[in-house]
Ligand binder design. Sequence first.
Ligand code: C5P
Length: 230
Amino acid sequence: RRVVALIPAAGRGLRMGGPVPKQFLALGGFPLIVHSLRTFHSAAVIDAIVLAVPEADVDYCRSEIVRAYGFTKVTEVVAGGKERQDSVRLALSRVGTETEIVVVHDAVRPFVTVGMIDEVVAAARAGGAAIVALPMRDTVKQVGPDRVIERTVDRTPLWLAQTPQAFRRAWLADAHRKAQLEGVQATDDAYLIEWFGRPVSVVEGNGENIKVTRPEDLFIGEAILSSRLS
Ligand code: C5P
């Protein structure tokens, strides 16, 4: 049954502090977005990829990314929306009902692996929805507005959500439709499924699957890349 990846890459990356959206900054000599596209393209379980990019970059991405790197699984490059959730919804609208599973992955997590994609898709096939996440390793403090610790939170049940996140296509479509009607905003897709009232399971990821958000993350990214090549 068909599995389609949705890659939101339409952010402006303002936290990076420069004019170039972070998904196009170079990591190891390639635009950031190329790393995650390469992994999704090489994953046998993925049949097609829908990429959402800033409206002004649609043509650039079609020629300089998709065609230039031979990402033939990318069937559509669409203009994203104002928020990440809008970009995912717009990409999802290009996926037909013959698709069983959609896998959402942030373009700015370049170290996703084929193993992670396989695991999260298998878990979504079994249970309907699954995400890659990491157990909390630090001690967690709840802090008041006066910057004084109110309490130490039990970290045992706490996990940090990452992407990839995989869902039955119909589940994600139901959740996005309802969220848009009711004006509900979320920073990841799993939240919308939870809010809709359906279960989401968790697959343990790894600490290398970082989100490149701040300038210093590029240095960390270069170090992870070189450790993989050696
Ligand atoms: O801003 P944040 O780091 O949460 O972005 C996560 C991913 O969502 C990035 O790949 C970014 O390009 C994408 N995004 C998007 N459309 C937006 C905002 C962010 O596709 N309007």
